[in-house]
Design a binder for this molecule. Structure first.
Ligand code: GRF
Length: 204
């Protein structure tokens, strides 16, 4: 069993998929708390409907360090194995991440990204890929490091783009891949932990 905190900023469909996987016993995890940087995030309602602890804090009026300090204070009341980012739209600073450093040197912070990284990092990645004209979309689950969308890749799954796809149908196909992939990868982590391998350097 792994103890996790799920970080969201919006809709919460991945949070929902994780909750379902736990309740179907496909995922041996306990969500200790759900963190949001937006108190109006729809995902908070999903969390509350399932009786989960939530903590929503807008960063307005504070700097990054102050915001992260408050989140850390909240997280410190739980014994957590992993932070699970599910649509969390803020970068986490090295000062924050260092609290989650594993004995293997990586951070125990996992993210899901809606493209086959390193293609289409950043935001709106389904739209970026669709507009680019890809024939294959994909989803990546990766570890967070100090850079954006560049940590060690744990799993990737492609999906096809069909000729009559709209951005909506393409996105829906991707989201359903996310909803099966993320809980499955988290279950692998629950069973085997994370094996950290150094990232290959492509350019020096
Ligand atoms: C997902 O596409 C995820 O890959 C990305 O942000 C989106 C979050 O969606 N990081 P939801 O809030 O889980 O529905």
């Amino acid at each position: 069993m792994i103890h996790i905190a799920v970080f969201i900023s919006g809709r919460g469909s991945n949070l929902n998929a994780i909750i379902q996987a736990i309740s179907d016993k496909r995922l041996d995890a306990k969500i200790e708390t759900v963190i949001s940087n937006d108190k109006d995030a729809a995902g908070l309602l999903i969390a509350e409907q399932h009786g989960l602890n939530t903590y929503a804090l807008s960063p307005k009026g504070m700097n990054r360090a102050q915001h992260e300090e408050k989140i850390l204070e909240h997280l410190n009341q739980f014994k957590l194995d992993y932070l699970v980012l599910a649509g969390y739209m803020r970068l986490l600073s090295p000062d924050f991440l260092k609290h989650f450093k594993s004995e293997h040197g990586h951070y125990n912070v996992v993210n899901i990204h809606p493209s086959l990284l390193p293609a289409f990092p950043g935001t709106d990645s389904y739209k970026q890929a669709f507009d680019y004209g890809v024939k294959v979309g994909g989803v990546t689950v990766h570890l967070i490091d100090e850079s954006m969308d560049r940590g060690i890749i744990i799993a990737q799954e492609p999906f096809p783009r069909f000729p009559d796809d709209t951005l909506e149908t393409f996105t829906q196909r991707g989201l359903s891949v996310e909803h099966s992939l993320y809980p499955a990868v988290l279950q692998q982590i629950a069973k085997h932990g994370i094996e950290s391998k150094p990232k290959q350097k492509l350019n020096k």
